[in-house]
Design a protein around this ligand. Structure first.
Ligand code: NAD
Length: 304
């Protein structure tokens, strides 16, 4: 299968490396030239369990260049999704599909606006990865990947992609209600990301302090109310699920925490900010998410 990955940072490089090693024809596309040059000259370094493998995969920073692909995977941060979707359209062959496994809400809709809605696969992954430097990533965690057609319409290409992923060691399941799956992941990020980013704490710390735990519960409750108003019933124990993930990832800084630590733009608009936007449509007050969103936006606008 010809696969183009747009956004070959931590996750794009990880998926690219697994797919390329299983024999797929992968091209990594990224605007970060040092990273692309390092991959092309030395191979992509993937560190796992203290051992680094070098994998030969072609990479390109010429994002105007198109290569017709059966599958385009978008793995830019959610702030860059629209640009990546424009690129994706140039790279798709007639029956090609676009997959997003990005965090946050709104990515699949933005992609659907640029390519045809029936061509969009959305999903979540519990794999984790970190960029260590140009041409070098760490595979930090392994977990399931869930995918489904965003439009809900059957597409025979989906089962083929699942098989290609499973053959690459990416444990993948097809989900009928991918909207619910994305909401469930969003709730985890709503509960953990902004609070850890603003306070500098690691994920596990949100369980230790009662006031922090209350804040998490309040943010999650608002998000569940907004989901319900949009026809999505989330589990009653959603806050407990957030605490369970926070415990399981206790020593980690959340991705938004890491973005703030490195003074990078965060995905706040697609996470707590998405709750605020979706609440506005239904005239639901969400003061906790509004405050968290405004504080993170203020922080990132005032990086020194
Ligand atoms: P990252 O910052 O490591 O990688 C993003 C890459 O996109 C960067 O290398 C950047 O140069 C590139 N990019 C930006 N604009 C581009 C454009 N127009 N064209 C091509 N490339 C472009 O981010 P990441 O950690 O890999 O995360 C990607 C997405 O996956 C995010 O939505 C994140 O929330 C989600 N996610 C991350 C993890 C994780 O463990 N890192 C796990 C699950 C989901």
């Amino acid at each position: 299968m010809d696969i183009t990955i747009i956004g070959a940072g931590a996750m794009g490089s990880l998926f690219g490396s697994l797919l390329a090693q299983s024999g797929q024809n992968v091209l990594l596309m990224d605007i970060w030239e040092d990273h692309v040059n390092a991959i092309n000259s030395q191979g992509l370094g993937v560190e796992s369990d203290g051992k680094t493998d070098r994998i030969n995969i072609p990479a390109s920073s010429n994002i105007q260049k198109s290569r017709k692909s059966d599958l385009v995977i978008i793995f830019v941060k959610s702030t860059q999704t629209e640009k990546a979707a424009v690129q994706a359209l140039k790279c798709l062959n007639d029956n090609g599909l676009v997959l997003t496994l990005q965090n946050g809400m709104g990515n699949a809709d933005k992609i659907a606006q640029k390519v045809h809605p029936d061509k969009v696969i959305a999903g979540t992954t519990s794999h984790g990865a970190t960029i260590l430097g140009p041409g070098l990533i760490r595979h930090a965690g392994i977990g399931p990947t869930l995918i489904g057609m965003w439009s809900g319409k059957n597409n025979t290409g989906l089962a083929n992609i699942k098989n290609v992923f499973c053959n690459a060691g990416i444990d993948t399941t097809i989900e009928d209600n991918i909207h619910l799956i994305i909401w469930k992941k969003l709730i985890i990020n709503v509960g953990i990301n902004a609070i850890t980013a603003l306070t500098g704490i690691k994920n596990g710390k949100i369980i230790d302090s009662p006031p922090t735990g209350e804040l998490v519960r309040a943010a999650v409750k608002e998000a569940c109310d907004v989901a319900l108003a949009h026809g999505i019933k989330l589990p009653d124990d959603s806050a407990e699920q957030v605490f369970a993930i926070a415990k399981a990832t206790g020593p980690n800084r959340s991705s938004m925490g890491q973005d703030v630590d490195h003074k990078r733009p965060t995905e706040i608009d697609a996470i707590n900010g998405a709750i605020v936007s979706l609440a506005r449509e239904k005239k639901i007050p969400v003061p906790v998410n509004q405050t968290l969103t405004a504080l993170v936006q203020t922080l990132q606008e005032n990086y020194k």
